[in-house]
Design a protein around this ligand. Structure first.
Ligand code: SF4
Ligand code: SF4
Length: 440
């Protein structure tokens, strides 16, 4: 049994892991921060402290810290008075993490971009006043981590007003950026505006391949310089890597690069082929390659010096349980930390995405607009959308996922199901597992 303090800490840790699916997850150090004013954490599309651990010795604090969460003190996303009152009133969990595309404009043209962003003006983007109104609506029902992403959020001159207002209303903003625009002045501003962590995407361990993938020569160097600059100002950094056929054999090198840069976290994102990424279907891993990548991640997590976790990979939570069984261990908070306490897909459950024009989606990859925050209060959409409510009811899952003994801890990627068959409750198309109930 845990005492209250432990329960609260685990609740915070749980919220950290939930940060991360949907686009650029940023896992955050929820409070304290480590020495020297530098926090560790982060990622774009909501990533955050993965438990990880599997501490073989039974949950050593260093292992928990390595996998995020151990620094979580002081801020409980989705745990404030408004959130508690909302859950009591509706019986629905409030969002803990919201990824918010505050602009679609971007200075890069990455091949796999969910938003297919380009540099320029996008009609209908939320104004500062509309963003502030939406923050009011959100904080009426919860106190979440707000992942401010894009496009490139640093292209929005009022980014600092958004950050200040969100903090004033009790939310915790973090920033998902490509880091190429970061100067000393911007890094200092991130620090002054109390941003605990930024997340930065790097997809290859060398300039040539990364620049080709990202569409701009020199952006690898610019990104590395940006990372070093924010670190020098005491802001935490998370590196995100989108995994495709082009780089899945380079994950060891990517992990080494992240370690050598001294960042706080490294998250691998399994490509979801929507947006410009739709052109990358041929680059998507096969189900078996996914399985291999996630199994490698499980093993690498044991000794990584980073907070290291796979994202957009619900099957990972099934693999944890399979590996634990092989190793003769039970999956409990004592043995597996946060991994024992969350599930794979959290879209619509405790996570959602707001687009540049205010459309609300279960995640950035789930291409279905469930309402618009310009027309309806955020809480009304979160509470009443039939799609959100379907996603909260695991008994509605179909196909292999519906028959699967792991559906409560995994659930499959609903965005991939939607993309594959048009039915978001259908089976996850990239899972190699055959549920027991379907075996001959
Ligand atoms: S069949 Fe579906 S629920 Fe089961 S492990 Fe695979 S993706 Fe997860
Ligand atoms: S639908 Fe897929 S990409 Fe979206 S939150 Fe769920 S697992 Fe992540």
């Amino acid at each position: 049994m845990f005492n209250d303090k432990q329960d609260i800490k685990r609740e915070q840790e749980l919220a950290e892991i939930e940060a991360g699916c949907g686009k650029t997850g940023v896992g955050i150090p929820l409070g304290g921060g480590s020495g020297g004013g530098s926090s560790s954490g982060g990622g774009s599309s909501s990533g955050g402290g993965h438990p990880a651990g599997v501490p073989k010795t039974g949950g050593h604090p260093a292992a928990l810290q390595r996998h995020g969460g151990a620094r979580s003190v002081g801020f409980r996303p989705g745990g404030g008075p408004a959130a508690i009152a909302y859950e009591e009133r509706t019986g629905i969990k409030p969002p803990r993490i919201i990824a918010w595309e505050i602009t679609r404009s971007c200075n890069l043209s990455c091949v796999h971009c969910r938003a297919a962003s380009e540099f320029g003006t996008y009609p209908g983007e939320l104004s500062l006043d509309q963003i502030k109104n939406t923050i009011d609506d959100i904080t009426a029902i919860t106190n979440p981590i707000l992942i401010l992403t894009g496009g490139e959020p640093l292209l929005r001159p009022d980014l600092w007003d958004i950050i200040d207002y969100a903090q004033e209303k009790g939310a915790m903003p973090v920033v998902g950026t490509n880091a190429t625009l970061i100067t000393d002045e911007i890094a200092q501003k991130l620090k002054e505006h109390k941003i605990p962590r930024i997340s930065v995407s790097i997809d290859f361990p060398n300039a040539q391949e990364h620049d080709e993938f990202r569409g701009i020569k020199g952006c690898f160097e610019d990104t590395i310089r940006g990372i070093k600059t924010v670190k020098a100002h005491g802001v935490g950094v998370q590196i995100n890597t989108t995994v495709t056929k082009l780089n899945h054999k380079k994950l060891v090198e990517m992990h080494d690069l992240a370690e050598s840069l001294g960042v706080d976290a490294f998250h691998i994102f399994m490509l979801v082929p929507t947006g410009r990424g739709d052109n990358l279907r041929d680059l998507e891993l096969t189900p078996q390659e996914y399985e291999d990548a996630l199994t490698w991640a499980y093993d690498r997590q044991q000794t990584s010096s980073l907070h290291f976790k796979p994202t957009d990979s619900p099957q990972y939570y099934r693999i944890i349980r399979q590996k634990a069984k092989e190793e003769g261990r039970e999956v409990t908070p004592e043995t597996y930390g946060l991994d024992a306490m969350t599930r794979g897909c959290l879209g619509g459950i405790t996570f959602c995405f707001i687009s540049h024009v205010g459309d609300l989606q279960p995640c950035g990859y789930f291409d279905m607009q469930l309402g618009n925050v310009k027309e309806q209060p955020f809480g009304e959409i979160w509470t009443n959308s039939p799609v959100f409510n379907d996603l909260r009811d695991y008994s509605k899952l179909k196909g292999k996922c519906g028959a699967c003994e792991y559906k409560a801890v995994c659930g499959g990627c609903r965005a991939r199901a939607l993309e594959n068959t048009g039915d978001y409750l259908d089976e996850e198309p990239y899972c190699a597992y055959v549920p027991k109930a379907l075996r001959a």
